[in-house]
Design a binder for this molecule. Structure first.
Ligand SMILES: [Fe+2]
Length: 247
């Protein structure tokens, strides 16, 4: 599929070029995050992680990940050069290609990366792409956003992405579990949720669309779904709302 907007950002992952230090950085990040994640992540994330066979001691090979994912949900983890402008990002999601960075944060900055890196993208995002309902939701989100030009509508629907894909929580077996990549990949955000530092509201589409995105501060309020069907349906409801605004 030709990517009109994203083409300039597509790169190769030169797997053989990673240094032993970079593999060690990945290993250290996984070593730090896995214990909390094994206890706090939802079933679907943990199943996806196991399905992808992510290794704790070396950086993931995106070609191998895509070869596993594609037959299951149609998704790939497609290497890109860095942060993408909206139209390129949405175009890729609509094509079930997840824009995946290949860069890993430096060893002296393990807790913070100003831009997404391969740890945030692969450890945080990609395991959920093995789940069929989540995978279909994410593709639909991309397709709807790719068709939008209105800045205010994009900002509003972007909150649905933020409070699900990036910072989503789910209730499972009487407990709150995490599935959003920003909570999965960040010790601070995850501990904040588990320790009661954050109000956990029931997911309702209108509340989420009204909740501003907080980028520089730890979250004070996040939303918990009951099942992934809920966000799949919410995306269809959001699309209907947008069509009503347009006409
Ligand atoms: Fe992300």
């Amino acid at each position: 599929m030709a990517l009109e907007h994203a083409a300039p950002y597509l790169i190769e992952q030169k797997y053989g070029d990673y240094t032993p230090e970079q593999h060690a950085t990945w290993a250290e990040l996984v070593r730090r995050r896995r214990p909390q994640i094994e206890a706090a992540a939802c079933r679907e994330y943990l199943d996806g992680y196991a399905f992808l066979g992510l290794e704790g001691d070396r950086l993931p090979n995106l070609r191998k990940i895509s070869a596993l994912l594609k037959p299951r949900t149609g998704w790939s983890a497609t290497p890109v050069s860095g942060f993408l402008p909206g139209e390129a990002f949405f175009e890729m999601l609509a094509a079930r290609m997840f824009p995946t960075t290949t860069y890993i944060r430096p060893a002296n900055s393990l807790d913070y990366t100003p831009e997404p890196d391969i740890f945030h993208d692969v450890f945080g995002h990609v395991p959920m792409h093995a789940h069929k309902v989540f995978a279909d939701f994410l593709q639909h989100y991309g397709a709807v956003c790719a068709s939008l030009k209105d800045h205010d509508l994009l900002e509003r629907i972007g909150r649905l992405f933020w409070y699900t894909v990036e910072f989503g929580l789910i209730r499972q077996g009487g407990e709150v579990k995490v599935y959003g990549s920003g909570v999965i990949s960040s010790q601070g955000e995850c501990t904040n949720v588990l320790s009661g530092g954050c109000e956990i509201a029931d997911f309702r589409l209108d509340d989420v669309l009204d909740a501003p995105v907080i980028v520089d501060h730890i979250h004070k309020k996040l939303f918990a779904i009951e099942s992934f069907d809920q966000i799949y349906e919410a995306m269809h409801d959001a699309e209907k709302q947008i069509l009503e605004v347009r006409h």
